[in-house]
Structures are given as C-alpha cells and as structure tokens.
Design a binder for this molecule. Sequence first.
Ligand code: SF4
Length: 594
Amino acid sequence: MGSLARVVTVLPLEALPGVMTDPETLSVTIVDGYVDEPAHFGVPPYISTYPRYTAGALVDAGVPREQITYHTIDGLRDDPDRWRDVDEADLMIYLGGMTVPGKYVGGTPAEPDEVRKLAWTASGTSLMGGPVKFGVGDENAGATETERQDLDFDFVAKGDVEAAVFDLVENGLEGFNNRMRDVDEVSRWAREGAFVVDQHPNHPDHLIAELETSRGCAYRCSFCTEPLYGNPSFRPPPTVVGEVDALSDHGVKHFRIGRQADILAYGGDGEAPNPDALRQLYSGIREVAPDLETLHLDNMNPITIVEWPEQSREGIRIIAEHNTPGDTAAFGLESADPVVQEENNLNVSAEECFEAVRIVNEEGGWRPGEDPDDAPTFGDDAPRRLPKLLPGINLLHGLKGEREETYERNMAFLRRVYDEGYMLRRINIRQVMAFDGTDMSDTGAEIANEHKKLFKRYKKQVREEIDNPMLERVAPPGTVLPDVHLEYHQDGTTFGRQLGTYPLLVGIPGERALGQTIDVAVVDHGYRSVTAVPYPLDLNAASMDELTAIPGIGSSTAGDIVVDRPYESVADAGLDTTVDLSQFVTTRPLERVN
Ligand code: SF4
C-alpha cells in the first residue's frame, strides 16, 4: 500500500502561527498532468475543467491573474526552463489522474515518477488534486489495479481541488477542509478562470474546452468512479452559458459538453429528460458563441432513451439542431451478456441498447443539407457530410461473470446493428481498471488478465467485421471533413484529426507541413481511420500519391493523368472509377494566354 494522504484540518485563524500569506503577493503555478475519467476528458487538444476552475478559485480568493502560471506536463517536458515556475511558486498545484485507460495522440499524461518530481522540485507549498485522488496505477493502462498515493505532496485534495485551493489561499496556505464546491462557486470560478486557456500550448486554434453540465450518476455500475460524486447535480444553463461566453472571449471556438454521465438527463430529476433545459443550454451557447466551430457532446445513457422515448426524441432533436456534424452520443452498454449485466449492476440490456441506437439514428442520423425526417441516411444519395449525431458503443471487458459467451453476445449485438441498417460512429473496446471504492476493487484485474487472448482475437474481429463496413456507411467516399488538423507523419503519410468528440483519424498521402488545418475528402477506409485527399482535389495539380489514393486509380493511370495535363474539366480526363469524382475533384480554371 502507498502511504495515506494527509488529512488536514483548518485551525481557527487566531491559532495560525506567523503572518498570514497575502493572496495579492502569492505566485501560483498550476501543472496539468491531464485527466481521463468516465465522464471528463482533458488530454490535449482537450482542456479539462480542473485548471480553469482552479485558476478561477485562485482569482476569487484574491490572487492576481498575472501571478498565475499554467503549464501542461508536455509543456514542461518540451522546455525544461519552465520547471523554474514549479520551483519558485509559493503554491504549486498539480492536477491529474486517469480513471479510464487510453492511448493518446495529442499529449502524454504525467507518469507517477514525474508527479513525484514535481513535488520534490516545488520549494513552496504543494497541492495535488483531481481524479488522482481515486488512485494511481503503475501505468495508464487497462487491466491494472490502482491505489492512492500522496506522491510526496504537502496536501492532497480529497474533495474538490478548486474548493481546496480557494480555502487554502484564504487560510494563508495553512490548510483546508476537504469539501465539494457549490453551484454558486463553480459558476463564478468557471467564468473567472477562463483566462488560463491563453497559456495552453494549443491555444487558440487547436484547443477544445470540455464543459461540465453535471456530476454524479443515478446508477451504480460496479467499475465506475462517477457514483463516487453521488447522485447527479446539475449546473443550471446560465452558468454553463456564462462560462462559454468567457471562454469564447478568450478565443476558444471548440467546445465539448462532455463532463456528465448522461446529457439527456440534463436539468431533470436526475433520471428523466428535461428538453426545456437542453434547449436553454444549447441555444444559449449558440447565442453567446455564434462563431463556434465545434459543439459536440459525450455520454448519453441509453436507458434514459428507452424509459422516456418521447422526451428523449425531443432532446436528441434539439441537440442535432444545434451541434456541429460528426457528434457522438457514447452509450455505455459495456456488455451484451445478461450474466455480466446482472453481476455488475449494469443498467441496460442489449435489447434496450439496440432500441436506443435506433432512436438516435432516427432523430440525429441526418446530414447537413437534407431533411432530418429522412434520417438515418447513407449510400449514394446521402449528402457528403458526416451525420449530425450518431451513437457510439462502449464495451468493457474483464467484468465479473465474464465468459467466452460474453464475447459472442457482444459480436451478435454489433452485427445486428449493422444488418438492420443503423449507424454507429464508434465502437470503444476496453479492459477494466479496478479502483478502490468501486465494487470491482475485490475482483481486480484477474478476469481481464485471464481473458487477454480471447480479448485480442475478438477485438480484431470487431475491427474487421464491423468497424470497417460501418465506417464506409458513416463516411462514404467523397465525404468532406472540414478543418483536419495535421498532427504527425508516418511512412510517407500525414495523419490528422478534426477537433471534436472521438474524431476520425485521417491519413493524407504525402508529407504535408504539420500544425495547419485543411479540408479533405474521404477516399478509402481502414478499421478506425480513413484515407483522404485535400478537398477539393485539383486534377491539374494533384500529386501521384494523392491520385493513387483514389480507388480505381493505379499508378499507371495516375501517370497518364499527370502526363496529359492540363484538363478543362474532370470529365475530360475520362476516368473510370468506382467512386463519384464529381463529389470532390475539380479542375482549376486554366490560365489562357491572350
Ligand atoms: S451509468 Fe454506470 S457507467 Fe455510466 S456514469 Fe453511471 S455508474 Fe458510471
């Protein structure tokens, strides 16, 4: 076991020794080690709520903005000089914690050794907070067990870190009571802390702000840390809208409403939907940030849709009307096996989840430029844009009661969705992490480890049999993906993603300059990624690599195209391809010599 975090109690003020530390003179460094929780994401290009709320709490407690420095862990790795801010601050706050496993392209979460180094480097007071309070694994991976460690920090916030920070500053850095913040506080802190986004390395263009609408959950799944926040408590629409307003003033154009267990339950009694609250939230956001470029969500509970289908349909319509295309409602089915469902207190059956998939497809599966009543649409006649809102499916392995049949049942569920003509935007398959305080902590990672081989085989099967054809249905050749941010090169291909919830990985032939954004058109499909060419593709300028990426164009045809340039029109080239080139290929008007 790791050493237990220190329990701190506030002394009566008159009992505090020495002179109080004046907030106006305090220098504070916030280090973001990133978070990934079941309902909260904060690995770049995302910025979680923690650094924003923490900065707001500091300002509210009297610390001047100019004395608050914010670094990401990647920022510290990239420039060792920044460690000086960790060393010299009067107060150093570390924020982090991964309570779901994942692999990330946009940033690398802090490792326990780095977190320990932060504590050792800090000459001032050090405080650690965020989901790290739930436990720390040896690595951020599935099938691991975790325990809580204090990693040598002076203080560990076991309630809300932003409340701890506020109280700590108010108490002259002497201590605080562990507590949760209330709605008034979070409303103020969210607005006042928006300025900190200016210091994020991805600011302003490649940054997406995770927004919180509620915490806690009405259900109690065995593996999940969300119920540790209690029953749901909602932030009223004006407080979220006010925060978006402030973030937008600081240049943020991309938003994800991701910090909640179930967006459909927003503003209701904890379980049933309240479409009026959803309308206020979504239309309010559009009003204060009319130029936003991304508005996506995360997490929708399928059981809400099944139990309140009419209100849910209305809620989904409101979301699809206000969001941006490519949005995903991630459903936590976790297992299609009734035995696993029973033993882990999962709240939705495969049949119910299928019903929810159907309803989201019918209400949100339309594409910009077409009649929403036609949803779900795919095939030759569908507009070449991503659908507005589709379900995603989360499946979790290593849960209590898991058996070989579990894998077969999950496959059968996915096949049924495909065969009956519905779309899934994403299938997420993971292995369980066991956290103290959840029911899974007794079982630990034992079942996940026993089933590792089975898991690998099944994952491959899902990728090949379902993901690939499903992706072709969701994003057929010619589908335009605007603003793909180019992130890295591999084997002569440039890879990038749009900003948004679970964006598709896009491979573009050739090595293009990184850091820029370009519009692309999909030409081919992998399991979870697409091949695309710049949109529109100019037949008079396209490279050989770009031309051969189009199905039906081999290298000899591509060579002929290049040799026979220029063309007046695409038809002039007389190409015989399986994809409709008119969707994305053009010819630049030829310059004429007078
Ligand atoms: S429904 Fe289950 S998995 Fe989802 S947030 Fe609630 S407890 Fe967690």
